[in-house]
Design a protein around this ligand. Structure first.
Ligand code: IPE
Ligand code: IPE
Ligand code: MG
Length: 237
């Protein structure tokens, strides 16, 4: 059955890999690996049903604080993911953009993400944002720096600065605002993800751990979203 109102932009905080691993007496790295399996399905389904933008939180600016072996395993998974999936993603016209500072990534991961962006840059299907070394606060700082450079060149000033200048300086430049934020694992927080873009997003918190999140769960969340009344601060007629 067709879902009536699809969100244009879905943002997912894929949380719970660690707890999933613990529950299955596996290493945390195996939890993350299982998490990648879940994400594959969600990307494919999003593309099939015509979601315009899908943003996935893969690694936050705060995740560097985790044990070195876990950070290493996550970076390795990122490399593997792009190498294994790029052909199919490209075939399905998926366009990849990395949200976050790429310069701080280990060489191999940086190369993999640059390759993925470059190969898919002309694609016109699902816009897939993968947030790696991403934090909303860091994104704002990065945007302010860009704007200051523009001001120094005389392209903008305090008088002419507008929200659209600010939005164009974010990693999500030229993309629509987030309509729906989904977080798995039972935590009810945003953990520094797309704070500006989610100003009027609908929020959906699920108890399932990320590796257990299936297309049927996703569909249910989308159906729930479809029935919500969004007001954006206005008055209902
Ligand atoms: C989310 O799973 C994935 C990343 C943060 C990379 P976690 O590793 O945070 O899983 P929990 O929260 O420990 O269960
Ligand atoms: C958010 O999950 C980051 C990602 C899913 C990549 P965390 O597990 O890092 O967030 P907190 O620490 O529970 O807030
Ligand atoms: Mg977590």
């Amino acid at each position: 059955m067709q879902i009536e109102h699809l969100p244009r932009h879905v943002a997912i905080i894929m949380d719970g890999n660690g707890r999933w691993a613990k529950r299955h007496a596996l290493s945390v790295a195996m939890g993350h690996r299982q998490g990648v399996e879940a994400l594959r399905e969600i990307i494919r389904y999003s593309s099939d049903i015509g979601i315009k933008v899908l943003s996935l939180y893969a690694f936050s600016t705060e995740n560097w604080q985790r044990p070195a072996f876990e950070v290493k395993a996550l970076m390795q998974l990122i490399v593997e993911f792009f190498h294994a999936e790029i052909d199919e993603l490209h075939e399905n016209k998926v366009k990849i953009r990395i949200l976050g500072g790429k310069d701080a990534l280990p060489e191999e991961a940086r190369k993999a993400v640059l390759m993925a962006e470059e190969r898919t840059q002309k694609n016109t299907g699902l816009q897939l944002n993968i947030a790696i070394n991403y934090g909303a606060r860091d994104e704002l700082l990065h945007a302010v720096k860009k704007l200051l450079e523009k001001a120094q060149k005389g392209e903008i000033s305090a008088d002419t600065l507008s929200l659209s200048h600010l939005e164009e300086a974010l990693y999500t430049a030229s993309q629509p605002d987030v309509d729906l934020v989904i977080r798995t694992s039972g935590e009810k927080r945003l953990s520094n993800f797309l704070l500006y873009q989610s100003a009027y997003a609908e929020l959906s918190f699920l108890d399932k751990l990320w590796p257990d999140f299936k297309v049927a769960d996703y569909r249910q969340v989308l159906e729930d979203f479809s029935g919500r009344q969004r007001r954006f601060g206005g008055r209902q007629a």
